[in-house]
Write a new protein. Sequence first.
Length: 152
Amino acid sequence: MMGHVAKGGRGRRHGPSGTSPLFVRLPVEVAEAFDRFATGQGVTKRELIAGLLQEHLREHGCAPQGGPGERRRVTVEEEPPGPPVGRHSFRAYDPPPVLGPAQVAELLEVEENAVAALAEKGELPGRKISEQWRFSREAVLAWLGGDGPTEG
């Protein structure tokens, strides 16, 4: 059964689902390519044609007034240098194995002169190299945990 046939002009009859048939003769090669494309995209030929026509009509200011359920595509473009919306990447922080007095002070949340004083007394594990103190991060954390030379 063929259903309702669309007639040109104002006396058009529509199908029960609010659709109207469209009959078009295409060259065989174009029709076959269209069929392959629709299948590859996983959409019906009707959906493709309807979408293309709506887009074309909108571009020329003749878009039909959409009812409920009309699908619209919205594109949001952001000017650089903003980050992409909805994405973020994190880089793993790999702390340095050797620390200076300022870094140890930050790690222990104390003043830098307190770090130097503890190191001079031999209470905080570290080495003096060319008049500058250097500390093993691992040894400082072990000392803080009570496994070091002196617990303070």
